[in-house]
Design a protein around this ligand. Structure first.
Ligand code: CA
Length: 310
């Protein structure tokens, strides 16, 4: 064994450990991360509202309610929670999600194959669209109207014709997510809650992958989680940059932020510290090793060079 073999293994081993740690961190980044919620404000919520859709425009929260004979659309003052206006829809329709598009609100119905279009100022019906299958959640990202139907597939529809341009399968760590319900489009992300689960997902519009999930137990534990009182309603409030969330027959609406859990922050800090320490250690071990090689080569070359001229 040569004199250089022993020390050369140390930096190589250190380098391999560092690379494997970085690779593990990279793998971890592909998994959906958890988020806590931070409650910023609460507002009273109509506990007779079987909430199906929630959307914010300026200082108003628009809400749709379901059930045959009780379905309606409401405008709520986001300062005090008071109902500004409310319109009941035909008893033959079971109201589902809503979204705002220009000066209109589009409401899905559950099994009638019809989406109703209301004028935003007075809730008069100004049109309707036909579609196949069930209607659950809906949001508009400025380019497409996105709809859910209780499966793991989201449909991206032409905003004028309501025809499907394409569909995307939503996957959470590689597994399709069924029962996607209320939706909220924010930039290139879609927020969704899952029917009968206390979970909100953030989904990439382009890949369909869930990049974070949140179980807002701080509020669902207060409001219950039976069939008639599930989490269902998420709306982005552009004024505050936060989200209003509520549920069927809940007594409150909550303005929340999704935050990185504290324990995750400390793990990330530990991981960054480890990487920094590993880089320092490898550098300390590697630098003298490199400087040791260079003179050795010179030592070897000089006598050989002289020898060749003898
Ligand atoms: Ca929404």
């Amino acid at each position: 064994m040569g004199r250089g073999t022993g020390p050369s293994i140390v930096p190589i081993a250190m380098l391999l450990i560092l690379l494997s740690q970085m690779s593990m961190a990279e793998e971890g980044n592909n998994m959906a991360e958890e988020r806590d919620i931070e409650i910023l404000r609460t507002l009273p919520h109509d506990s007779s509202s079987f909430t199906q859709g929630l959307e914010v425009l300026e200082n108003s929260i628009f809400e749709s309610s379901g059930l045959y004979g009780h379905s309606r659309i409401s405008e709520i003052d986001s300062q005090n929670g008071e109902i500004i206006r409310q319109t009941k829809i035909d008893d033959s329709y079971f109201g589902e999600g809503i979204t705002v598009k220009d000066q209109s609100i589009i409401m899905l119905t559950w099994r009638a194959g019809v989406a109703l279009e209301f004028h935003i100022s007075n809730f008069s019906i100004i049109g309707n669209f036909s579609f196949e299958g069930e209607g659950w959640g809906i949001c508009y990202n400025g380019e497409h109207i996105v709809t859910s139907n209780g499966t793991s597939e989201l449909s991206f529809r032409d905003p004028d014709s309501f025809e499907i341009d394409f569909t995307t399968m939503v996957t959470w760590d590689g597994v399709p997510v069924p029962n996607l319900n209320e939706l909220e489009c924010v930039d290139d992300k879609i927020y969704a809650n899952i029917w009968m689960e206390e979970t909100i997902l953030r989904i990439s519009s382009t890949s369909g992958k869930v990049d974070f999930f949140s179980s807002p137990l701080a509020v669902t534990s207060i409001q219950g989680n039976g069939n008639e009182e599930v989490l269902n309603g998420i709306a982005f409030d552009q004024n505050s940059g936060s989200f209003w969330i509520t549920g069927k027959n809940w007594t409150q609406m909550y303005l929340v932020n999704f935050t990185i859990p504290e324990e995750k922050l400390s793990v990330d800090d530990d991981s960054q510290l480890f990487t920094l320490m590993a880089i320092i250690v490898v550098t300390i071990v590697l630098v003298p090793f490199i400087f040791r090689i260079i003179p050795k080569k010179k030592d070897l070359e000089t006598p050989n060079f002289k020898d060749s001229h003898r």
